[in-house]
Write a protein that binds this ligand. Sequence first.
Ligand code: SAM
Ligand code: SF4
Length: 333
Amino acid sequence: MPNKKQHIVDTFGRVHDYLRISLTERCNLRCFYCMPEEGVQLRDKANFMTSEEVLEIAQTFVEMGVKKIRLTGGEPLIKKDVANLLLKLGELPVELAITTNAVLVDRYIDTFKQAGIKSVNVSLDSLNEESFDKISRRNYFKRIKSNIDLLIKNDFHVKVNAVIIRNLNEHEIPDFIKWTLIDNVHIRFIEFMPFDGNKWNWDKKVSYKEIMEIAYDYFGQEAIQKVEDKKNDTARNYKLQNAKGTFGVIASVTNPFCDTCNRIRLTADGKIKNCLFSQTEIDLLTNLRKKRDIKKLIIESILNKKKERGGAHALDDNFAKTMKNRSMTTIGG
Ligand code: SAM
Ligand code: SF4
């Protein structure tokens, strides 16, 4: 029997054993749906966790039952001493994974292997270079695509995340799905979510239902099979007949997966967010530096976790207008 005192369990009985750590708020891309147009305000280095502090906090979470850690950001691979940190985190008794835009993957792929990373999530919102460059406001398409190919060739479990936005890339849904016929790649279409500065509105998101309608219209009902979803999976997954990979939809807006949520987030400045949409945070870093008991604070944070979407009734236009949240790049996606 797990010791409830030590484990991170909320008032709805959800055990939180999956920690997502943001290593930096900064990024080498500027995806418009994630980064505010004006960019992220740069703050003094002292506001952010050092690698030693990341490791110490991660260790504490592991003592409290965390079994999986995913590194994210901003772009995690631009953190200065990331290779060393990956290797150290790789020594913890957890499944270690990373979400990256893949610009620097060729530089770190050997470190991934040494650290025991097996699963890499990569963001790629368009298969068309011009369109991707417009979305990301940079021109790294070829490098990213070849790094994804490199990961697949090296047998990593590769998930490609594509945020689908109306009149921008929904016409590419069939092309993304066709990719799964050729490669062992797992495409996840993500409903566009509202965060600070990303000019979200209800009409811009393309819903789970619409994404699947596009897929069924193109490939036909009989060609698409439902794949059994894992317990804490955020995506509803599908497969084309004879495909090497799968595709799925993360429907955070129209069909959230809160009832099985096992995630807790640590921002690059050392704050816990018990939900992506929670409007409150608890400052672990300052307390760690004051040598206070951070386990107590972790428990306090989880006991305040709301049943759904940080307490918001729905992610609608009203929520987008009134929310007090960070931009995605400063939360850690
Ligand atoms: N830089 C890395 C990357 O792009 O994969 C990791 C951080 S990024 C914030 C993590 C994920 O959040 C990406 O897959 C990105 O597409 C997703 N994301 C960012 N803003 C989003 C939004 N407004 N709605 C839905 N997904 C979003
Ligand atoms: Fe950077 Fe990832 Fe945000 Fe794009 S989605 S701006 S790559 S953090």
